[in-house]
Design a protein around this ligand. Sequence first.
Ligand code: OAD
Length: 248
Amino acid sequence: MRFGKQDRLFVLTGAGISAESGLATFRGSGGLWNGHRVEEVATPEAWEANPELVWRFYSMRRRDATDAQPNAAHRALAAIEEQMGDRFYLCTQNVDDLHERGGSRRLHHMHGELFQSRCVSCERPFSDRKFYESAAALPACETCGEPVRPHIVWFGEIPLDMEGIYRQLDRATVLLVIGTSGSVYPAAGFVHIANQRGIRTMYIGPEEPQNAEAFDEILSGTATEIVPQLLYTFRSFQSRCQNAARDY
Ligand code: OAD
């Protein structure tokens, strides 16, 4: 697929883009953590029943993400953003901070952020890189004393700023989806919205996602194999446009 200067690009990423940075995907690891299904740890019900277990899970993920480095796909997306400016928008389902560390700026974490926490009562997110791994160490709000939870959208909760996401999708001419199984809604439904609006769609990943039939194009390969190539195509298209404008 060609895309260039006149296009508005909406990128959706999932766990697959961070896989080559060493972070396990959800379904790839069998969806299990210490014998628990991820859905059993990442829910409001799990939090009610066992906040210590939930904080141990997210503390482990904080440790893993702290050790991981952005890869060539994160960096290539940041380079495309640099060229496209505000015609680029990145919506990630990932809670790690590898896109930011790879240089992305116009970025929305629809499922929350691993390095933020919030009081269950005051609800204001704040930056937090600590690990809470025992019942005695669970955090409480400094203002009201209520428990502090991870700033993560759990199963059954509504992703953050859906209005802003749909506004961006409305303006897009190309939807590029990278490394997500297409099994968790509403993100898995973006491609259907794009189809209704005539937006071109492309998927990048080593396996077909569950919603594969909805995409115009599927590029089979890993994120670090394919996203940097896309940057190259984009750059050569841009320079052909510049040459054509100069020759005219
Ligand atoms: P999944 O684990 O469901 O899917 C990961 C996808 O990445 C799979 O389709 C893999 O084929 C693909 N993949 C693996 N290695 C890759 C690579 N090197 N390059 C590109 N793709 C690769 O993860 P998500 O689809 O992100 O939600 O999961 C969606 C949501 O479900 C998550 O945000 C999380 C989860 O449970 C919440 O926590 C609310």
